[in-house]
Write a protein that binds this ligand. Structure first.
Ligand code: MG
Length: 310
């Protein structure tokens, strides 16, 4: 399916509305002026002056109006970036499963992936609870909100402990493949729990190009593709991703605490120099064999820790 976005004046949108008069949809998305179903092309005009053409005839249909279109840098970039995986502009108000992961950049601790369903009716409540980008919140704030989210939302939280992570990695799976596998699985679990309710869409916080994501899933039995969208900074596109990210962080922090107990000292997060020192200390205390239960062995930190011990 092809997508075209053009930027036009309010007058042109009015002309278009008359032109497509017999094909207008009764429903207009949030922020929209009209939406029409022309042969092999859906057209949606927004108050911002952007008009989106979708379908086999998108290019031809957009070209009719292009002449009167004002060239706009934003519209040009949009034309390039619009793909079948781009979320629709109205996604913020839809009922969505969002998914996100935590822990992939931390040497110690598991990878946690959460998929969470947020219905459009729940959006105001989530805003009220303070759900937003977890990067702006402390772990304590996240824990408080996450506890509420756990009783309100339908979600699936998956943890990949490092023993298994290392096994997969040594079998030749790269981190992207591991993440894709976990996201797909978490989404499937939420879809199962929701059944027969269906989300209006699924939004994955993008960590790799969508085509690569699906390539990574080539060997999986069930791959969820229906209405799946990808976006970087997904937490600002829909609160479901923000909620998923908070739940993932909450789970990660809790399990990180458990791991510190098992280590006998507080493990540092991230992958910096203090992590090398902690890994060296752990090897000294529990032996190198034990490291695979705590850390992602393929990180450069392993080598650096071993060098520290020499
Ligand atoms: Mg993410």
């Amino acid at each position: 399916m092809s997508n075209q976005v053009i930027q036009v004046s309010a007058a042109t949108i009015e002309k278009m509305k008359q032109h497509y008069g017999s094909m207008l949809n009764p429903k207009v998305p949030q922020g929209g002026i009209f939406s029409a179903k022309a042969p092999s092309c859906n057209i949606t005009a927004y108050k911002s002056g952007k008009v989106l053409f979708q379908g086999a005839r998108a290019e031809a249909e957009a070209a009719r109006w292009q002449e009167s279109a004002r060239p706009s840098a934003a519209a040009k970039t949009n034309t390039k970036q619009q793909t079948p995986y781009s979320p629709p502009s109205s996604i913020g108000t839809m009922s969505i499963i969002g998914s996100d992961e935590v822990g992939t950049g931390d040497y110690f601790g598991p990878v946690t992936v959460v998929a969470a369903y947020v219905s459009k009716e729940q959006i105001p409540l989530l805003k009220e609870l303070g759900v937003r980008d977890s990067k702006d919140l402390t772990d304590d704030q996240i824990a408080k909100i996450a506890k509420d989210l756990r009783s309100i939302l339908t979600y699936s939280s998956l943890t990949l402990h490092n023993e298994k992570y290392n096994e997969l990695q040594q079998r030749g799976m790269n981190q992207g493949e591991i993440k894709a596998w976990l996201h797909n699985q978490a989404i499937g679990k939420v879809l199962e729990k929701l059944n027969p309710t269906k989300p209006e869409g699924i939004l994955i916080d993008q960590f790799v190009q969508p085509a690569t994501y699906y390539k990574y899933l080539a060997k999986q039995k069930t791959v969820h593709r229906e209405n799946v969208y990808f976006s970087t900074k997904g937490e600002s596109v829909h609160l479901a991703v923000a909620a998923a990210s908070m739940l993932a962080r909450y789970s990660f922090v809790k399990q990180f605490g458990e791991l510190s107990k098992k280590a006998g000292f507080t493990l540092p997060k991230g992958a910096g120099a203090q992590v090398d020192a902690a890994a060296a200390k752990l090897i000294r205390m529990q032996g190198q064999e034990k490291l695979k239960e705590f850390a992602k062995l393929h990180f450069a930190n392993t080598e650096k820790a071993l060098r520290l011990l020499k």
